[in-house]
Design a binder for this molecule. Structure first.
Ligand code: ZN
Length: 327
């Protein structure tokens, strides 16, 4: 593997292996973490133990519930991706000689000082081809995560993507790569979703306009666009910027029967009852003006299964909801 295109294609092979609709952020988060190390000029190989805590925190924040228990899998399995061209392991022979499916335990990786990192030629290309590292990182973010989370993830893995990636020369002649890596977005999606919800956040009712233009209001995909979520109203929610971010982080979801907003039990707020973000827990969504545009059950099921940080807080019937506490 020598050319920058080979490197891009090696990463692309991993993306293709992911089945549509099934979402696992483990590999992309490890890759992004490793890209951050390369960008900072750190050594090619790193002991698993040295990045275990970082992986745990990344998956707790950007992964679905309990994702962090399998956080060590990609460190092992990346070595067999792209025919072994992408990721190297080093460590005791009794561990490395195991069949690929015999994943070592987290404790074994730590105690046996197993090291991993990009293969030599990949590492070399990432360090010396201008713009390549940034292009790989941007593609990983685009392919796996909604745009609301890109900056947060880049910051969390210590990647500086502020310099515009010089991908033009890297990807010239690689049209098939560019188009296969990104599904086209329907530019009308936002307008149709905001109109369906009458230009207000369907959680909190936020509806600011600057002149006649809505401000701070966004169309969220319930099933993320990059994992096959379609650009149709039943897969959209009109959300203010804050609720969009929290929705993509899995802080709340929408239950399909009565379309009530349900917050995660992991969401903690110090605000008094009846104030702050948790006041919307258990409340019905402000639904679209037409019932046939209501959130689709299959998309809500995907969101609940792949993004929402389970378990949910208990939802009591509205009539039994506690009155705001006097303080
Ligand atoms: Zn809102």
């Amino acid at each position: 593997m020598k050319s920058t295109l080979d490197v891009l294609n090696a990463f692309e092979t991993i993306r293709r292996a992911q089945r549509a609709g099934r979402y696992a952020p483990h590999k992309p988060l490890l890759i992004l973490l490793a890209l951050g190390r390369v960008q900072r000029g750190e050594p090619r190989l790193v002991e698993y133990a040295a990045i275990d805590e970082a992986l745990k925190l990344l998956l707790a924040e950007f992964g679905p519930s309990s994702a962090s228990s399998s956080r060590h899998y990609p460190f092992w399995h990346l070595a067999t991706d792209s025919n072994g061209a992408l990721w190297d392991l080093s460590g005791p022979r009794e561990i490395l000689s195991r069949p690929p499916a015999a994943t070592p335990t987290l404790g074994e990786l730590r105690s046996q000082h197993v090291k991993g990192g990009f293969a030599i030629q990949v590492d070399d290309a990432l360090r010396h081809s201008p713009g390549l590292l940034e292009a790989v990182a941007s593609r990983a973010l685009d392919a796996y995560f909604p745009a609301t989370l890109h900056d947060d993830i880049a910051t969390a893995v210590g990647l500086d993507l502020s310099a515009p990636p010089a991908v033009q020369e890297v990807t010239q002649g690689a049209d098939s790569f560019s188009t296969s890596a990104r599904r086209k977005r329907d530019p009308g999606f936002r307008d149709r979703v905001l109109l369906a919800y009458e230009y207000r956040c369907c959680v909190c009712g936020f509806d600011l306009r600057i002149g006649h233009l809505p401000a701070g209001l966004e169309a969220a995909h319930i099933q993320w666009h990059n994992v096959g979520g379609p650009d149709i109203e039943p897969n959209g929610l009109s959300l203010c910027a804050l609720h969009h971010k929290l929705f993509d982080l899995g802080v709340f979801t929408v239950e399909p029967a009565e379309h009530r907003v349900v917050f995660s039990r992991h969401a903690i707020s110090g605000a008094p009852d009846g104030e702050g973000i948790l006041q919307f827990h258990g409340r019905p969504l402000r639904l679209p003006q037409q019932a046939d545009l209501n959130p689709g059950a299959e998309f809500l099921a995907w969101n609940f299964g792949n993004v929402f940080k389970k378990p949910s807080r208990q939802v009591s019937p509205p009539s039994l909801a506690k009155p705001p506490a006097a303080r």
